[in-house]
Ligand binder design. Sequence first.
Ligand SMILES: [Zn+2]
Length: 328
Amino acid sequence: MSELHKFIFEGLPVRGMLVRLTDAWQDILARRAANSETGAYPAPVRQLLGEMAAAGVLMQGNIKFNGALVLQIFGDGPVKLGVVEVQPDLSLRATCTQVGEVADDATLSQMVNVNNEGRCAITLDPQDRLPGQQPYQGVVPLFGDRGEKLENISEVLEHYMLQSEQLDTVLVLAADDKVAAGLLIQRLPIEGEGNLAGQTDSLMRESVLGQSEDFSRISILTKSLKREELLGLDAETILHRLYWEEPLARFEPFIGETGPRFACRCNRERVGNMIRSLGTEEVEGIIAEQGQVEVGCDFCGAQYRFDPVDAAGLFTGLPADAPGGSVH
Ligand SMILES: [Zn+2]
């Protein structure tokens, strides 16, 4: 079962989280493989989306926010879009849109940053959004501080967290065809640290520097985790192997019903609204050509069909959510 573990280092300004998506991730992959139009993801795309899925759960688990966390990558190469959406209850869905060939050994930049225009967006969409209220969105380019193209989504997100939250973060991510996993370590802000430059109390300064050393040491331990270990070992073994000399305190894990799991939020009413937004003319054109309007959900593979009567109903104010329209 998929699981999320939270922990702190007692007495040190460092917290962490470990996620392992197994059944949830296999569910997402199986739905894609069952889609006769797209087929399964090529290995590099699978790795990218799996790492995004693990990161999305870690980022949702890291904030106190009642709404969806949406992690998106907008690519300018063969991968146009990657989306991971994680709800506050840790249910998630993910999909990738690929338009060109992706080589077996394709790097991140070869997939999404060919012309230096790829970018990554993190959106927090409140559950009870007021009319006219915009969701919060942060966008980061896929470049490092020295202008180099980043080749790991973990580095992109470390940059984001430093920029947006001013929090030092270390992120290790990995994904294959069975597991999508991630480990996050974050340095907690210390009260008054912002005034360190003007701080004359040498004891205070020393204690802050000392706490920073704790983070450095735990960062080094965290970065030593190998991809195969993150994918192949269980949570207990990973945490023990890395931090056995540290004062680790763990919280009750989120697993099973409270843990990360696949869930799609598509429904006939929303699809109907989307079709309505195309306008009467466009929809009549589709019906003249194809006899019906058929829309497939990219996340779960559900097919929604609107025959001419259903489609006309969308524009006359009749309910679009009549039963029996969804074919799985
Ligand atoms: Zn769906």
